[in-house]
Ligand binder design. Structure first.
Ligand SMILES: [Zn+2]
Length: 144
């Protein structure tokens, strides 16, 4: 998909987009009667048929997305800790758009490592008053 978003959200976006286009075609087609009178009826007919097809397409996408989301894996996002759904082995979080995967071979960071990162980020906030006696010399200890 073009958008960097979760697959389910992408389906919804396309469904909505097609509905809008379909409705637009119908309205424009009907407007053809107003502008061109008798000749506009042909335009209106084409517009209505095309609009109907487009809206049927969006209905199909919605239906398809609904079918897919029943088979989607529901997981808790390790980054933003919200409940999200995954399609396939790799998908983006629906909320923070972090790439998530079920395949450990593709992943460059595991949930445990991410949790550790979050933990250190939190402790660095708190460590402004507490001095940690380590020789690693990271940012949190150098802060005064
Ligand atoms: Zn997330």
């Amino acid at each position: 998909m073009i958008f960097k978003t979760a697959k389910i959200n992408a389906f919804r976006t396309w469904g909505l987009l097609l509905t809008m286009i379909g409705m637009g075609l119908m309205v424009l087609g009907t407007a053809g009667i107003v502008f061109w009178g008798q000749a506009g009826k042909v335009v209106a007919g084409i517009g209505l048929v095309l609009g109907l097809i487009t809206m049927m397409g969006s209905l199909g996408i919605y239906f398809w997305a609904g079918m897919l989301s029943t088979s989607a894996v529901q997981i808790q996002c390790p980054d933003c800790a919200k409940q999200t759904k995954m399609l396939g082995k790799t998908d983006r979080c629906m909320f923070c758009r972090t790439m998530l995967t079920l395949d450990p071979n593709i992943a460059n960071v595991t949930a445990e490592e991410l949790e550790a990162q979050h933990a250190t980020a939190k402790s660095s906030d708190a460590s402004e008053t507490t001095v940690i006696g380590t020789e690693s010399g990271n940012d949190s200890t150098q802060k005064v």
